[in-house]
Design a protein around this ligand. Structure first.
Ligand code: NAD
Length: 291
């Protein structure tokens, strides 16, 4: 099947990156959010990020203009029913995602493929609430989307081959690389990454190290490009906590229990970069550790 028009639900940090790369690759993008400010901010971010690619000689000015012209925004979710593929990238909460698919289903074209960029929630369970579990799968981008090479493609129990192949073609057209994962909690990347981040928070919680020493240890001692706490702030501490809860509930193993300190930061609304404060305070010139 030929995919040309793609709907993206959620214009947050992931949704805007997804819209960006799809538009650059030549797809028509319809970007939805329930918050008009989020849509406006997303367009400004896409513009800024495209401009950065132009200034680095990675994109021609005309291609930037063409990409921007391919992105349309809407507050009306049912409008996305007219697209060939929907990539849902709203807040990492199952009830939010289920409500989105429930609203969309009556308006979908028969051929429309539904996907979710969820970091951890069961694809099979999300699919079962729709009219087309065979045309439903996980389409998991990494953050920041324009830079990261990998896309995890996750088959639900009912996903058919045609759907998988159509999504694989999109990944290839984006110039990215797909890794196929089975539908178990948090799939591959986050199954391995999140327990490490959670362990870093435990290391902080127990006073084994402070924010600086933990991040420096993993950068210089394990050759990670970012420290785990810096990375957690980048991902969003609410998203990290949500993923740990999915691992804990889904695999029923206490080794996945979220660190109470991670919960406390989320309760405080210190969600990382996106709210200006997390394990670091980003409100000044340079990030300052908060512990
Ligand atoms: P975010 O908080 O930056 O953005 C979420 C957006 O969804 C917000 O703009 C919000 O207004 C919107 N939204 C909420 N409910 C909605 C609804 N009913 N309809 C339309 N829009 C709605 O979050 P994010 O980091 O962009 O994460 C989005 C998804 O991507 C999550 O499922 C997350 O797990 C996944 N993801 C995140 C990362 C990461 O590093 N942050 C990486 C890979 C995947």
């Amino acid at each position: 099947m030929d995919i040309q028009k793609i709907g993206v639900v959620g214009a947050g940090q992931m949704g805007n990156g997804i819209a960006h790369v799809l538009a650059v690759a030549g797809y028509d993008v319809l970007l939805n959010d329930l918050d008009a400010d989020a849509l406006e901010k997303a367009l400004a971010t896409i513009d800024k990020n495209l401009e950065r690619q132009v200034s680095r000689g990675k994109l021609a000015e005309a291609d930037k203009a063409a990409a921007l012209s391919r992105i349309t925004t809407t507050l009306d979710l049912p409008e996305l029913g007219q697209t060939d593929l929907v990539i849902e990238s709203a807040t990492e909460r199952e009830s939010v995602k289920q409500a989105i698919f429930e609203t969309l289903v009556p308006h979908l074209e028969p051929h429309t493929i539904l996907t979710s960029n969820t970091s951890s929630i069961s694809i099979t369970r999300l699919a079962s609430g729709t009219d087309r579990p065979e045309k439903f799968m996980g389409f998991h981008f990494m953050n920041p989307v324009p830079i990261m090479q990998l896309v995890e493609l996750i088959r639900g129990i009912a996903t058919d081959k045609e759907t998988y192949d159509a999504c694989l073609k999109v990944v290839e057209k984006l110039g990215k690389t797909a890794a196929s994962a089975e539908d178990f909690p948090a799939f591959i990347v986050n199954r391995i990454l999140m327990p490490m981040i959670n362990e870093a928070v435990y290391t902080l919680y127990e006073g084994v190290g402070n924010v600086n020493s933990i991040d420096q240890s993993m950068k210089l001692g394990a050759n990670h490009p970012m420290g785990p706490l810096e990375l957690a702030d980048f991902i969003g501490l609410d998203t990290c906590l949500a993923i740990m809860n999915v691992l804990h509930d889904g695999l029923a193993d206490t080794k996945y229990r979220p660190c109470p300190l991670l919960t406390k930061y989320v309760e405080a609304g210190w969600l990382g970069r996106k709210t200006g404060r997390g394990f670091y305070d980003y409100r000044g010139e340079t990030p300052v550790p908060t512990r």
